[in-house]
Structures are given as structure tokens and as C-alpha cells.
Write a protein that binds this ligand. Structure first.
Ligand SMILES: [Zn+2]
Length: 277
């Protein structure tokens, strides 16, 4: 599932491909992805519009259009954008195809999504799903005092689940939470309310560390869709930027890693060097 770094990578691609450009036409018949609009209304509303800017908050993208409307995008489990070469056939599982004109050049940008859990939501104003998001660790930074205040109200939840709560911090998913807690040496099962100020500073540092590393790894693939790192095959894991996700041995102390289910998600941690609070 794409997390903050994959979505930021997507934003950078879309800025290069679509910002300042005009959408000459759109093709879709996918009523689920463009809901609540009907595909025909979605196509009509976007045709001829110019893309003014593309922002990201957590795992959501927002494309501002020249008529004041905005297109919110969530990649769901398997969504991605691809820019097609001239004459290139559209990829399998293309759900929405944009004809993007910049100057005299016209190129197609495809929204591809095999499982169709993504959204392309066109709205006149900012939607609650965007405004209710917590601060974004990359663009807003992490205010340790504000984080402490939010966690104190969630006494019964584990720190791992709290970090993945999009109203606390936007964009942190399963992998980034696993990696950050490993870096901070904190057991993911610890109660969120038991974190000291030093713990939260270590978590903030751990999140910056893992997000920056993942972004650097993705940057090698400029103009290509974000690799779905979480779905990389076993033989590709040696090249993965992750230190414990998808691995079996702790690279810091050599212990066998453990796995537990927290909030329905498999959570890897080191039982030796990640201490319970
Ligand atoms: Zn360890």
C-alpha cells in the first residue's frame, strides 16, 4: 500500500507532467473510482481545465484546477500514475486516461489501479477527508508537544497503531511505522500514552530517517511510477531500503525478528533491542 514516500514521489511526477498544463480530454468508465460523480460528469468537468498546482497531505494528493475546483486523489492499495510515450498502448488496469497538453505537445497520463481501491474525487471545496488529516511529517514537521497531547488522549492504543492514525500524523503507514519504531528502539506494542518526551523525539527522528531513506530510494526512478515496495518479491528484498520490514534478522543486534498483529497489520520488531514502555 503506498505510504507517504510513494505518494510524494507520485506528486513530484505529476508536477512535472501536469502542472501548468491543460487537460484536453479525459476518458473513464469507472464509476467506483470517480464516485460520487458519474463518469460522464467527471469527464465533462475536467475537460479543458488547466492544472494550477499539486499538493500532498499524508497519502492524499490535491490537484488545484483553474476554475477553483480540486481533484483529490488517493492511490488506495494499488493505484499509480504513468506517463505514456507517444503511440504507447495504455497499460493494463488503466481506469482513467488524461490527455494532457503543454504548449504544442500532447501526452497521455494514465491512472492505473488493479484492485480499484483508489479514488479520484472532484470537489468544489476541500473535503473533510483532507481537512481532518493531522500534520504531515515531511511538509509540516513533527511537533513533539502536539504529538504528546494527542497521544495522551489515546491511552489504550499501542504506539504503532497511534502513529498510523491519519488524524494524528498524516501519511504514516505500516512500513514507515515499523521502521521508525525500530530506529527509536521502542517496542511497537507499548501504550501510546506511555511515551516520554525523549521517546517521542526518538520517534520523530526515526520517522524523518525512514521517510528520507525511502524517498531517496524512489528518486532513482524519476518519471516512473512509485515501485510498490511493500509488494517486492523475496529475491528483490536485498535491494529494499528497509532495515527490518520484510526481513528476518535485526541488522543492529543480530537477533531473530518477531512478528505480531497490531490493528490487523503484521508488525515486525526486534524483541532484543526494542524495549517495551
Ligand atoms: Zn535488535
Amino acid at each position: 500500500m503506498p505510504e507517504l514516500p510513494e505518494v510524494e514521489h507520485t506528486r513530484k511526477n505529476l508536477v512535472r507532467w501536469m502542472q501548468g498544463a491543460r487537460i484536453a480530454g479525459v476518458r473513464t468508465s469507472d464509476a467506483r473510482i470517480v464516485r460520487p460523480l458519474r463518469p460522464a460528469a467527471f469527464v465533462r468537468a475536467l475537460a479543458g481545465r488547466r492544472v494550477v498546482g499539486i499538493e500532498r497531505r499524508g497519502k492524499w494528493l490535491k490537484a488545484m484546477l483553474d476554475d477553483g475546483r480540486r481533484l483529490f486523489v488517493h492511490l488506495g492499495m494499488t493505484g499509480s500514475f504513468e506517463r505514456l510515450d507517444e503511440g504507447q498502448h495504455e497499460p493494463r488496469f488503466t481506469r482513467v486516461l488524461f490527455d494532457v497538453v503543454r504548449g504544442a505537445r500532447s501526452r497521455n497520463v494514465a491512472y492505473v489501479d488493479s484492485r480499484r481501491w483508489g479514488r479520484l474525487l472532484l470537489a468544489d471545496v476541500d473535503v473533510p477527508t483532507w481537512t481532518s488529516l493531522g500534520p504531515d511529517p515531511l511538509t509540516d514537521g513533527i511537533d513533539v508537544d502536539a504529538l504528546a497531547a494527542k497521544l495522551a488522549r489515546r491511552k489504550r492504543r499501542t504506539i504503532k497503531e497511534a502513529l498510523m492514525d491519519q488524524s494524528i500524523l498524516a501519511g504514516v503507514g505500516n512500513i514507515q511505522a515499523i521502521e521508525a519504531l525500530w530506529k527509536a528502539r521502542i517496542d511497537p506494542r507499548s501504550p501510546a500514552s506511555a511515551m516520554s518526551r525523549a521517546d517521542l523525539q526518538a520517534i520523530a527522528k526515526g520517522l524523518r530517517w525512514t521517510i528520507t531513506r525511502t524517498l531517496a530510494d524512489l528518486a532513482k526512478e524519476e518519471d516512473r511510477p512509485a515501485k510498490l515496495l511493500s509488494q517486492s518479491r523475496e529475491d528483490e528484498r536485498a535491494a529494499s531500503p528497509f532495515r527490518i520490514y520484510g526481513r528476518t534478522v535485526c541488522p543492529r543486534c543480530g537477533s531473530a525478528l518477531a512478528r505480531v498483529i497490531l490493528g490487523g497489520r503484521t508488525t515486525t520488531f526486534c524483541p532484543t533491542c526494542q524495549r517495551r514502555r
